[in-house]
Write a protein that binds this ligand. Structure first.
Ligand SMILES: Cc1ncc(COP(=O)(O)O)c(C=O)c1O
Length: 365
């Protein structure tokens, strides 16, 4: 029996009638950009995050760009983020016109180490983009304390953290604004691209609404230079259906994660949950010094794995200029040792048992 890394067909099979209904409602209507369907999802998603406003956009990358631009951040400004994230985090910062500055992560949680901020902050620093990597919120309290001291904006990159929380407050309500992705494989995924900016600040939300639609306020008057980055009613309708299941799905992810953690902690480094964290396990990522060997062993046993991410940002040729020699060593080590095991809500008990057995077997335990 093989266990694939992810099988979205199972989620869609279970929701088929409701997704068909949502699709039919859009098809029978006459609004295919913007309108009540998008606004309804925006309200629902803001409510889910515990924030006042959500602004649907075309992707998580755009959400980072437009959240920064809605705060007036752009050319000449520096934005601090982590080295162990995927390329879109820095692509969004650069799309805003700003310069990313990479810092290292806490080796236990894999999220931004607040102790690294002082050294990376300059007179040009305007924002910090902590990434809630793998489904666990970064230490936003400490990050925000530094931000307040230096007058910086905090934009959470919550692309992997729909429903994650810290001390009862959800991702999306922890910083000045947050960016979410609805890429199909995310905990809340569309059937195509999509994203959202979430904030408590109505002025930031209003600017983001202008920016996503050619800078127009109302119809026909561009008050700033914007772009075309919209979440369409079809994706919004499908996302509303899925949002109703998200809490249940996240609970199931956590159940499987606890099983993996208990069974594997003597053999590999398992994810650590920070005190007060509600980790939603977008990915279940283990560490093992002979990572590639382990991935091969799991492949031979029929278990699909992936690496998130095989390179720290500055190890990509396109971003080599962002290297800070000697300062990003933990991110570099993680890139060499992390491995993601199959974990998604529809994974069966039997499959979870297979993943554990195969991992122990491949490690020679
Ligand atoms: C941490 C992180 N940031 C940003 C993004 C960008 O999202 P999108 O693919 O919707 O542009 C992703 C997902 O791809 C992500 O995982």
């Amino acid at each position: 029996m093989t266990v694939t890394f992810l099988d979205l067909r199972r989620q869609h099979r279970a929701l088929r009638a409701e997704l068909d209904g949502a699709l039919a409602e859009v098809l029978d209507g006459d609004r295919f950009i913007g309108g009540a369907r998008v606004e309804a999802f925006e309200r629902e998603f803001a409510g889910f995050c515990g924030a006042r406003e959500a602004v649907g956009v075309a992707s998580g990358t755009d959400a980072i760009e437009l959240a920064l631009r809605a705060h007036g951040i752009g050319a000449g400004d520096e934005v601090i983020t982590v080295a162990n994230t995927c390329v879109p985090t820095v692509a969004g910062i650069e799309a805003a016109g700003a310069t990313p500055v990479l810092v290292d992560v806490d080796e236990r949680t894999y999220t931004l180490d607040p102790h690294e901020l002082a050294d990376a902050t300059t007179a040009r620093t305007k924002a910090i983009v902590p990434v809630h990597l793998y489904g666990q919120c970064a230490d936003v309290e400490s990050i925000s304390a530094h931000a307040r001291e230096h007058g910086l904006v905090v934009v959470e990159d919550a692309a992997q953290a729909h429903g994650a929380a810290r001390d009862g407050r959800r991702a999306g309500s922890l910083g000045d604004a947050a960016s979410f992705s609805f890429y199909p494989t995310k905990n809340l995924g569309a059937l195509g691209d999509g994203g959202a900016i979430v904030t408590d600040d109505p002025e930031v939300a209003a600017r983001a609404r202008e920016l996503r639609s050619f800078g127009e306020r109302g119809r026909g008057e561009a008050v700033r230079k914007g772009t075309n980055s919209r979440l369409d009613p079809l994706q919004a309708a499908l996302l509303s259906v899925k949002l109703g299941r998200l809490d249940e799905w996240n609970e199931r992810r956590r159940e499987i994660a606890q099983r993996y953690r208990l069974a594997l902690h003597d053999t590999v480094t398992v994810p650590e949950e920070s005190p007060g964290a509600y980790h939603v396990y977008h990915l279940f990522v283990i560490r093992f010094p002979r990572r590639d060997e382990l991935a091969r062993g799991l492949d031979e046993r029929g278990i699909g794995t992936l690496v998130h991410y095989p390179r720290a940002v500055h190890q990509h040729p396109a971003y080599a200029h962002l290297a800070r020699p000697g300062r990003l060593t933990r991110s570099e080590r993680l890139a060499a040792e992390v491995l993601s095991l199959p974990l998604y809500p529809e994974l069966s008990e039997h499959e979870a048992v297979r993943v554990v057995g195969a991992t122990l077997g491949a490690c020679g335990a």
